[in-house]
Design a protein around this ligand. Structure first.
Ligand SMILES: [Zn+2]
Ligand SMILES: [Zn+2]
Length: 257
C-alpha cells in the first residue's frame, strides 16, 4: 500500500472556555479521537492523547506550556497512544491494568484484523478502508507493527473524585458501557462535559470487547438528566444539552431502556 507522508500529523483549534481541540486528520473516523486541552490557573488538563503514531508532546509543545495532567477517558488505543509521553497520568481504576501493559501489536491494515472486529465497526455505521491511516507520519513508518508503550497510571480515580486545576474543578463521572472504566469529566460551574466515548454524535460502539449494554443503558439514563450546556466528546463535533438528551433518548429507545 502506497501512502504519502503527511506534512503534519496533528491539527488543533481553540474553542471557547479555554478549551482546545486537537485531532489527527490522517486517522480514519472510527479511530480519530478528539484530544482536549483545558487551560487552568495552576495546571492544564489533557483529556485523551490520540493514537501515539506521532509524538503529541513534541507536535503540540506550544500548547503544553505548563504543568499538565493527562486523563484517559478509557484505554482504547485511539485515546491513550501518546499517554506515555506525559508524566502525570490518570485513569479509572477499572482500566488501570490495561495501561501497565504495552498495547501489543496493532496493525494499521484492515486485512490483519479479525473479520468480526471489522464487521462490528461496519455494522455500527463506520466505513473502514484498507488502512486505519490515510497518510504516514514519516517515510519508514511500519503499517503492520505499531505498539503503545506501557504507561502506568500515576493516579487512579473513581466516581466522584475531583481533578482540580486551581480555578477549575472537574468531577469524575463513571460512565461504563462502552468500556468498563469509561469516565466523563464534569465541570458543574460551566456545564461542560468531556464525555469520552460514553456519548458522541456518531455511531456508538456497544458490541466490542469490554462493552456492556445494560451498563450503557444506565449511563444513558444518567446522561439524559445531566444539566450540560456543552459536550466535548471522544469523537465527532461538540454539541449542546438538547442534543445530549436526544442522543441518550435515541440509545435508550434503540436498546430497550
Ligand atoms: Zn473507545
Ligand atoms: Zn474512541
Amino acid at each position: 500500500m502506497q501512502l504519502k507522508v503527511a506534512d503534519r500529523w496533528f491539527e488543533w483549534e481553540r474553542l471557547a472556555d479555554d478549551v482546545t481541540r486537537i485531532w489527527e486528520p490522517h486517522v480514519i473516523r472510527v479511530e480519530q479521537c478528539n484530544i482536549w486541552h483545558v487551560r487552568g490557573r495552576e495546571r492544564d488538563l489533557l483529556i485523551d492523547t490520540g493514537m501515539g503514531i506521532a509524538s503529541l508532546r513534541t507536535a503540540a509543545q506550544e500548547i503544553f506550556d505548563k504543568a499538565l495532567t493527562a486523563v484517559a477517558t478509557h484505554t482504547h488505543l485511539d485515546h491513550v497512544g501518546s499517554l506515555h509521553e506525559f508524566g502525570d497520568r490518570i485513569v479509572h481504576e477499572a482500566e488501570a491494568e490495561e495501561l501497565v501493559r504495552a498495547s501489543g501489536n496493532f496493525s494499521m491494515l484492515r486485512q490483519d484484523h479479525p473479520v468480526e472486529f471489522i464487521s462490528a465497526l461496519e455494522r455500527a455505521g463506520y466505513e473502514v478502508g484498507p488502512s486505519f491511516i490515510t497518510a504516514l507520519p514519516h517515510a519508514d513508518f511500519d503499517l503492520r507493527h505499531f505498539e503503545r508503550p506501557s504507561a502506568p497510571p500515576t493516579r487512579c480515580v473513581s466516581e466522584g473524585d475531583v481533578i482540580d486545576l486551581g480555578d477549575r474543578v472537574f468531577e469524575v463521572l463513571h460512565l461504563p458501557g462502552h468500556s468498563p472504566g469509561s469516565i466523563g469529566l464534569w465541570e458543574a460551574a460551566s456545564g461542560i462535559l468531556f464525555s469520552g466515548d460514553a456519548i458522541y454524535d456518531g455511531p456508538l460502539l456497544d458490541e466490542i470487547a469490554g462493552s456492556h449494554i445494560p451498563d450503557y443503558l444506565s449511563t444513558m439514563r444518567r446522561l439524559e438528566s445531566l444539566p450540560a450546556r456543552i459536550v466535548h466528546a471522544g469523537h465527532d463535533p461538540s454539541f449542546g444539552g438538547a442534543r445530549l438528551r436526544q442522543l441518550a433518548r435515541e440509545y435508550l429507545e434503540r436498546r430497550g431502556g
